[in-house]
Design a protein around this ligand. Structure first.
Ligand SMILES: [Zn+2]
Length: 347
């Protein structure tokens, strides 16, 4: 049973890996044969940096947390899933009895165990045991590849929910990476009339422009605030989603925001950043932060099935499992034009 193991910073191997403890099936668990796993920026960051903030890779760890697969065994008390069901999985498992979980805030439960976040193993491996409660059945018209996009999409849907999008809002998404693009899709599906997407990579912006009523802005040669103020008769956008994790972008989030607008910080900031309270104050801006997501996987699956959201254009490259190490080397080189790369496991 081969797995993709991050041995240490910049060292990946495809090898047998004993993970006995996770292989015990509880009464409310299912065993899933993995089908498709997306490569996330966080997986790549662990590979290139050996850690992120408080999460440092101190022992070999299996990567991957954006996953879909097929149920191959169900625990004795499982009632909503059966062998053969196609599913996607929510990768963070909270303590069901914690105060945060009981308040419905399970994503910010300090005890949450999240795939491929040290010391918890990810799912670039043949099978995984997972709780029924965090495993979601797929309709026939949602492919394994689309289902492995539910995890990143959930971030965008959670952000749109936090922003309380109203029909006809105009939004700005800063950053056209995978999270920026799923956030733009979620904002449109939530009712935005139009979304501006800013980045410095023309190939990503070209892709963004094809996803819906999206106006791309290349900030390496266009003045973002001017573009938005001109297009909105000087009013500004109702919502700004910061998906770049860029301190410079974060400094300017209020510039093109309308009075009483909302700002959602989504991009990971590695260090403390400046935040212009004066500009926020004169607009009575509301500022939100998101950490992953909660309660949105079923909504994401429903939107993929209904066609309200199409993530297929974001999947730009698929690798076989045997090519996983090379896939990560390519992902680490941040190739232009690539949005989401995925790995397919042998079936
Ligand atoms: Zn991810």
């Amino acid at each position: 049973m081969k797995s993709l193991v991050l041995e240490e910073k910049l060292k990946l191997s495809l090898r047998d890996f004993p993970i006995e403890r996770e292989e015990t099936l509880g009464p409310r668990d299912v065993r899933i044969k993995l089908h498709t796993v997306g490569i996330c920026g966080s997986d790549v960051h662990y590979y290139t940096h050996g850690g992120a903030g408080i999460f440092q890779v101190r022992a070999p760890m299996i990567l991957g947390h954006e996953a879909s697969g097929t149920v191959i065994e169900a625990g004795s008390e499982v009632s909503t899933l059966k062998v053969g069901d196609r599913v996607c999985m929510e990768p963070g498992i909270p303590d069901p009895n914690s105060r945060a979980t009981r308040l419905g805030l399970y994503n910010v439960d300090p005890a949450v165990r999240f795939w491929a976040t040290p010391p918890v193993h990810g799912v670039l491996r043949p099978t995984v045991v997972h709780p029924e409660n965090f495993t979601f059945k797929l309709p026939d018209n949602v492919s394994f590849a689309e289902a492995a996009m539910v995890e990143p999409l959930a971030v965008g849907v959670h952000a749109a929910t936090k922003a309380q999008v109203k029909p006809g809002d105009v939004a700005l998404v800063i950053g056209a990476g995978p999270i920026g693009l799923v956030t733009a899709l979620a904002a449109l599906a939530a009712g935005c009339a139009k979304v501006f997407v800013s980045d410095i990579d023309d190939s990503k912006l070209e892709l963004a422009a094809k996803l819906g009523t999206i106006t791309p802005v290349n900030v390496s040669r266009q003045d973002l605030t001017q573009e938005i103020l001109t297009a909105t008769d000087g009013w500004g956008v109702e919502i700004v989603f910061e998906c770049a994790g860029s301190p410079r972008a974060a400094e300017a989030v209020f510039d093109a925001l309308c009075p009483a607008g909302r700002v959602v910080f989504i991009g990971v900031q590695m260090h403390p950043i400046a935040y212009d309270v004066g500009k926020a104050m004169v607009r009575e801006a509301r500022v939100e932060h998101v950490f992953r997501y909660a309660h949105v996987f079923p909504r994401c699956v429903a939107m993929l099935s209904s066609g309200a959201i199409d993530v297929k254009p974001l999947i730009t490259r698929t690798f076989g499992f045997e090519e996983s190490v090379r896939a990560f080397e390519i992902a680490a080189s941040a190739p232009k034009g690539e949005v989401k790369m995925q790995i397919e496991l042998p079936q």
